[in-house]
Design a protein around this ligand. Structure first.
Ligand SMILES: Cc1ncc(COP(=O)(O)O)c(C=O)c1O
Length: 372
């Protein structure tokens, strides 16, 4: 299989450790183990006691019963049997797309957004038509264009709700229309929901609560601030879950006893995490907005309840050159928009720790002011 590098990952792999002011990441300020263990009000004692008793074997192959139950609670009508634990959202997308796509299949994918959603089907030999988003529509895709792209043989439609890097959200009404279009040709819909919005969540509905041939991918990495667990999941109908069960034996076997325990604990105590993260989004977005309002070269579509954002940069040269100079000379890390096929801009991870955000933006402002 010939597969492209993921632009954002390749960039971060090289540069993220050089940053003093990292305002590039998509996770909401990751939690420390100390913070995590305070969530249950028992200082994590039960968590470690349970691990002390646990045998360090493979653990539950599909994820523990407790994990599957906690995940099922996130949706309206999900049978825990159809929840499969995966190695992060990464593994969830990999297994779901591998289970669905054969060479020659027709796939329609939102573009640009998280690259695996269109480049993975392409690497598996699918014919991928890109469903473009439009800046003039607040970075939304158009339903009439989706109608034109789907064909009687379309196997899969891939979308990202919310979008990385744009932070834009597909509302429940629009998702229902996407489902109707998919249903008209009996296509599957994969929705990557790792950035499911934390503000006004009622505006959105998970694809698995709308469509039997919907599959959602998610993880504890972003909205739950624990990417260290490397723990994600798929939710689908039984037919697709059974196909993924076969694949998982090749791609992962299981996520591991520690990771399962950590992810289960995080999901069980999700309320305080979500509350904390919603507050970070609101506070940091206001900081970023105030800064943007004073910047003649910067604009954005403010993200609603989502930790990633894309800033449009009115700069004379190439965005990657600008970002590398910014890192070299001022220690500030952004992801160049070109890494997402969105040139003349950058991903701003505005849910960084507050002092990092403030200082990173201040230095970015200095760099912009020196242009010309
Ligand atoms: C949209 C999207 N999906 C999935 C992932 C994978 O996340 P993880 O494997 O950490 O859960 C990412 C990571 O950046 C992402 O942006």
């Amino acid at each position: 299989m010939r597969i492209k590098t993921i632009g954002v990952e390749a960039y971060l792999n090289i540069w993220e450790h050089d940053a003093t002011w990292d305002i590039a990441q998509s996770t909401i300020a990751s939690l420390t183990m100390g913070e995590i263990l305070q969530l249950d009000g028992k200082d994590g004692q039960t968590f470690y006691e349970q691990l002390d008793r646990e045998k360090m074997n493979y653990g539950w192959i599909e994820g523990s019963a407790e994990f599957k139950e906690e995940v099922a609670k996130l949706y309206r009508h999900v049978d825990p049997d159809n929840v499969l634990q995966m190695n992060g959202g990464t593994g969830a997308n990999l297994n779901a797309i591998m289970a669905l796509v054969d060479p020659g299949d027709h796939v329609v994918a939102e573009y640009p957004t998280y690259q695996p959603l269109y480049d993975l089907p392409a690497a598996l030999g699918a014919e991928v038509d890109r469903w473009h988003i439009h800046e003039e529509d607040g970075w939304q895709p158009r339903l009439d264009e989706l109608k034109k792209l789907v064909r009687p043989d379309t196997k899969l439609i891939c979308v990202n709700n919310a979008s990385n890097p744009l932070g834009t959200v597909i509302t429940a009404e629009v998702m229902e229309e996407i489902v109707e279009i998919a249903r008209s040709v009996d296509a599957w819909v994969l929705c990557d929901e790792v950035f499911f919005p934390l503000e006004e969540p009622e505006r959105c509905t998970s694809i698995v609560d709308l469509y039997d041939k919907g599959v959602c991918t998610n993880s504890v990495s972003k909205d739950y601030s624990v990417p260290a667990a490397r723990c994600g999941w798929t939710v689908s109908n039984k037919e697709l879950a059974d196909r993924m069960r076969v694949l998982r034996d090749y791609t992962m076997i299981c996520s591991g006893v520690f990771n399962d325990a950590l992810a289960t604990y995080v999901l069980r105590n999700r309320e305080p995490i979500i509350e904390r993260n919603r507050a970070i989004i609101q506070k940091n977005r206001a900081i970023a907005q105030k800064w943007i309002d004073a910047q003649p070269r910067v604009s954005w579509v403010p993200p609603k309840g989502v930790s990633v954002s894309y800033i449009r940069l009115d700069i004379p040269g190439d965005d990657e050159e600008f970002c590398l100079k910014l890192l070299r000379e001022r220690g500030v890390l952004l992801v160049p928009g070109s890494r997402f096929d969105l040139p003349k801009g950058a991903r701003l991870g505005y849910c960084a720790p507050e002092n990092t955000l403030r200082e990173g933006l201040r230095r970015l402002g200095e760099a912009l002011a020196e242009l010309d």
